[in-house]
Design a protein around this ligand. Structure first.
Ligand code: ZN
Length: 304
């Protein structure tokens, strides 16, 4: 005599959220007629079931969120003042004291963002979870090395603005800014190699991340957009003094466009990290806790 496979867990219909407890796996939702099997397949997320559960899911989730939030804070604090200056140059406005003060604040906020990123990198790079450490390979080293460069670049940038270092070392402020920004972007690009691997490994445990598969290219796209922004923003500042007004204007347009691409990319990274963090903290239930095979003649007894 064949058994009836029934839902014994509080499984919800994926269309109308009705509880399917007690329903047959072969049946449909009593409210909306969605096949129970589809709700089951989506909730269980079978591809993630064969993967090891991380030993420290909450720590990983916080680390991902710190990395993503820090990157967003750094990006906005870095792009906003430079884009503002580029835009001001396009309309022919002279830099005011307000802009100089905004630069100082932006350097401080970017430094805080980079610190947040570094904390996330450091936590993600910890190797006390043997299975994950094995899956991630050398990703942690890339993140710690690149993240270190990123923080050092931001720290020098912040100190240069806070203590007006440009006057001491006899270097123009944009020179220091752009040199630091170059270090930060190279560091970020090195770290991105590790981030890509980490997102790939942890993202396998998140259905939504796997479905939105374009994420694999986003870290390279971010590094390219950041580099393009750096070069064109620098060109937009330097070219007018050399007499290339039109070229400077084109550089400004490219700088603002790449800044927009970079911001969008970072927002996408934040969304990805949030999805993965949620999937890590609340992983899908195991099959054995959701369904039980019930013998028709003895509904009370169950075998897995
Ligand atoms: Zn339903």
């Amino acid at each position: 005599m064949g058994g009836l496979v029934a839902v014994t867990h509080d499984l919800k219909c994926i269309r109308c959220a009705t509880s399917l407890r007690g329903a047959s796996v072969k049946g449909t939702c009593p409210e909306c007629a969605m096949p129970t099997m589809r709700s089951l397949a989506e909730t269980l997320d079978m591809p993630s079931q064969r993967l090891a559960r991380p030993a420290h899911p909450v720590r990983l989730a916080y680390a991902l969120q710190a990395m993503a939030l820090g990157t967003l804070v750094w990006t906005i604090a870095t792009i906003a003042p430079l884009s503002g200056r580029v835009a001001a140059a396009v309309v022919g406005a002279a830099p005011s004291d307000a802009i100089k003060l905004a630069d100082q604040w932006a350097a401080a906020i970017a430094f805080i963002g980079a610190l947040l990123v570094a904390v996330g990198f450091f936590q993600l790079a910890r190797r006390d979870d043997r299975v994950l450490a094995c899956e991630m390979g050398r990703a942690g080293r890339w993140m710690v090395f690149g993240g270190g460069m990123w923080v050092v670049g931001c720290a020098i940038h912040f100190v240069a603005f806070a203590f007006r270092l440009e006057a001491t070392v006899g270097m123009a402020a944009p020179g220091i800014s752009f040199a630091c920004l170059a270090v930060e972007i190279i560091g970020g690009s090195i770290a991105a190699i590790g981030v890509r691997r980490v997102l790939g490994v942890l993202g396998q445990r998140c259905r939504r991340y796997r479905v939105a598969a374009h994420a694999q290219q986003s870290t390279e796209a971010l590094a390219i957009a950041a580099a393009l922004f750096l070069v064109t923003a620098l060109a937009a500042r330097i070219l007018p003094s050399l007499g290339y007004e039109m070229l400077a204007l084109s550089a400004s347009v490219v700088a603002i466009t790449s800044a927009a691409v970079l911001t969008l990319g970072v927002l996408y990274l934040v969304a990805n990290c949030w999805w993965i963090a949620r999937a890590l903290v609340a992983p899908p239930p195991a099959l054995s806790t959701v369904v039980h095979v019930r013998r028709d003649e003895d509904p009370g007894e169950s075998i897995n």
